[in-house]
Ligand binder design. Structure first.
Ligand SMILES: Cc1cc2nc3c(=O)[nH]c(=O)nc-3n(C[C@H](O)[C@H](O)[C@H](O)COP(=O)(O)OP(=O)(O)OC[C@H]3O[C@@H](n4cnc5c(N)ncnc54)[C@H](O)[C@@H]3O)c2cc1C
Length: 596
């Protein structure tokens, strides 16, 4: 049986020692009074909820899955999910980072982010229900009319109603320009929507009294492609005159998918048969409206993977401390035992440290991005807000793709630590690996994230955003360049920054002749950028650890050892990735289509 302990010590380190969030939040008027004690208390309580309520439902939810009843077209979540959701709502968790104008508690994204890491460690499938709702809340808050906001936001904020995002159709996933769902205007200002959506997470379930679907569809005469897509709010039950769930709207679940992981989350086929909806934002500008919530949602997927990385890592470490196999190459370590714990073996340690480096690097990086989201939303100076928005735009595809790719690696290594037992369901490791796989696919596949990074975020502005973030890294390497204790971190970090700059220029030049050069280089390019960002945060964490380890706190010794492992064993991957990215489009494009 796996276990889970919320990593509160490391969270406090990241928030207070690495990022000094109190100082940053003091500049943001809505959060100016938030002190470290309150932040820590919220983390403690969130950790208790995650470990005590959600974690025990993770394996049972995976085994049981969701059930679809064709007669009533209803979906039941696994046993215990509904009760856990009620407890979540009663405790006020859905409203944590929501606007007080709609009943929210107005706490910062960076805190909500840490909460979601713990929820995801405990139970990713369950966490997707409130997670999807938060996305719907963000979208309506940014683009809903005052009437729509008054009607839907308080219920989404309290968690009484949940939300979805209905984009995908059978013939269109990545290329939403192909979507066919139709919306016909009605004399009363509403629309009738008809069409079929697939793969809709939390599209139907028994956790909440109503489900608010945000649906992409086309108006009559809309231009083809992505410029002709509009966004609609389509509730499962139409709000009555009092704003309560009223008549059933014909948006029904036709089936649920049987899939590799996240069995406790209902992935639904949704049929709209002249369902009533209302336009959100401007006609034909639906994709733009959706993009508002994309940064937060993509970071949210990164947090799903960070949660899995952490819990897989914890369980593998626990196993390695107890499992006795073979003797250490340097002589017996546990003489009172028939064999040594497998933790003595260098390669077992490599696997554990790989998972842990991806967990702790991911926690530092994702918390930083979340803090930049807070700054983007609330800093009083417009220029500072814009700079934060540019950083978020640059870092979001990296957070989504790098963290989710790393989780796949980390969960696989963690499973391997358990040997054959890792492959057996009882230990929970194979579930983490299965659950982690979807995070690389939805919310824009990782290939699409890499194209977004290279083409839109880097090359489109001639590297301006990249240089802006690089300036922060350079300020750090300049400030600590003479500190010999940090030489092992500063030199490779600065060197990788130079190489990334050169690589960017080289791809940009090649792309002027052949656009396939971008597609051929993008995936290794994003991974190089991800390592560059991780190296920056590990160097900063190492600097703090070096300053503080003399106090005798083991935590800092562990942090320093992990940073050294990261630089020695994971960062060198960039040499191969740079060669791959530089090798160009020829090797992938040369083979004729008929030969595949
Ligand atoms: C469990 C689950 C839950 C989901 N939840 C939701 C949800 O709540 N709401 C929702 O709307 N959707 C949801 N999705 C859908 C998900 O977002 C899509 O599956 C995803 O966007 C990819 O679309 P697709 O499956 O049609 O693949 P395709 O778009 O057909 O892509 C197939 C492959 O081609 C690659 N590819 C496609 N276009 C390009 C390109 N231009 N350049 C390079 N490579 C390309 C892709 O990267 C991928 O590897 C969910 C899917 C699953 C499996």
């Amino acid at each position: 049986m796996p276990g889970y302990t919320p990593p509160l010590r490391d969270m406090r380190f990241v928030l207070h020692e690495l990022l000094d969030v109190g100082k940053e939040l003091a500049h943001l008027p809505p959060h100016a009074g938030l002190d470290a004690d309150t932040i820590n208390q919220v983390l403690d309580e969130g950790g208790k909820f995650a470990s005590a309520v959600l974690f025990p439902l993770n394996q049972t939810g995976d085994r049981e899955g969701c059930r679809f009843d064709p007669a009533s077209r209803s979906v039941s979540a696994p046993a215990g999910f509904r009760d856990a959701y009620r407890q979540f709502v009663d405790a006020g968790w859905p409203s944590l980072a929501c606007d007080p104008a709609f009943g929210g508690q107005g706490l910062p994204v960076v805190l909500n982010n840490a909460l979601y890491e713990m929820l995801n460690s405990a139970n990713q499938a369950w966490t997707m229900y409130p997670g999807m709702s938060h996305g719907a809340y963000e979208c309506l808050r940014a683009h809903g009319t005052p009437e729509q906001q008054a009607l839907y936001l308080p219920k989404l904020v309290s968690g009484e109603w949940t939300g979805t995002m209905c984009l995908t159709e059978p013939h269109c996933g990545t290329d939403l320009g192909l979507l066919k769902t139709r919306a016909v205007p009605q004399p009363d200002g509403s629309y009738r929507l008809s069409g079929g959506k697939i793969f809709i997470s939390a599209g139907e379930h028994d956790l909440s009294a109503n489900i608010v679907h945000l649906v992409l569809a086309r108006l009559p005469q809309a231009p083809s492609g992505t410029r002709g897509i509009s966004l609609f709010v389509v509730p499962k039950f139409l709000p009555d005159a009092r704003g309560e769930a009223g008549a059933r709207n014909p948006i029904h679940c036709g089936a649920i998918e049987h899939k590799m992981g996240i069995h406790g989350n209902a992935t639904c086929q949704m049929n709209l048969d002249e369902a009533t909806g209302w336009l959100v934002g401007e006609p034909d500008r639906g994709l733009n409206a959706m993009f508002v919530m994309m940064n937060a949602a993509r970071l949210g997927v990164g947090m799903q993977s960070l949660g899995l990385t952490e819990v897989a890592c914890q369980n593998a470490a626990q196993y390695a401390r107890e499992r006795l196999q073979g003797r250490s190459l340097t002589g017996v370590k546990a003489a009172d035992q028939p064999a040594d714990p497998i933790l003595v073996h260098p390669d077992v340690r490599r696997m554990l440290l790989t998972a842990r480096a991806y967990a702790e690097g991911g926690r530092a990086f994702s918390s930083y991005v979340a803090l930049m989201l807070d700054r983007e939303q609330h800093h009083p100076d417009a220029a500072v807000r814009q700079a934060a928005a540019d950083e978020v735009a640059l870092l979001t595809p990296i957070a989504k793709a790098f963290l989710t790719d790393n989780a796949w690696i980390a969960c696989s290594e963690a499973l391997q630590v358990l040997g054959g037992h890792g492959y057996i369901a009882e230990w929970g490791m194979e579930q983490y690996l299965r659950d982690a796989r979807i995070n690389m696919i939805y919310e824009g596949t990782n290939t699409i994230q890499s194209l977004d990074l290279l083409a839109r975020k880097v090359l489109a502005d001639n590297g301006a955003k990249l240089r802006q973030f690089g300036g922060k890294i350079r300020a750090f390497t300049d400030a600590h360049g003479n500190d010999t204790r940090l030489g092992e971190f500063i030199a490779p970090l600065a060197d990788l920054g130079d190489k990334l700059g050169k690589l960017t220029m080289e791809i940009g030049m090649k792309a002027q002749q052949d656009r396939d050069e971008i597609g051929a280089a993008a995936v290794p390019y994003l991974r190089v950028a991800g390592h560059w960002v991780f190296a920056y945060f590990f160097a900063r964490m190492a600097q703090i650890a070096i300053e503080r380890e003399s106090g005798g706190d083991d935590f800092y010794r562990g942090k320093l050892a992990l940073a050294r492992f990261y630089f020695a064993r994971l960062l060198p991957e960039t040499a191969m990735l740079i060669r791959q990215a530089r090798s160009g489009a020829v090797s992938v494009m040369a083979m004729e289509a008929s030969l595949f």
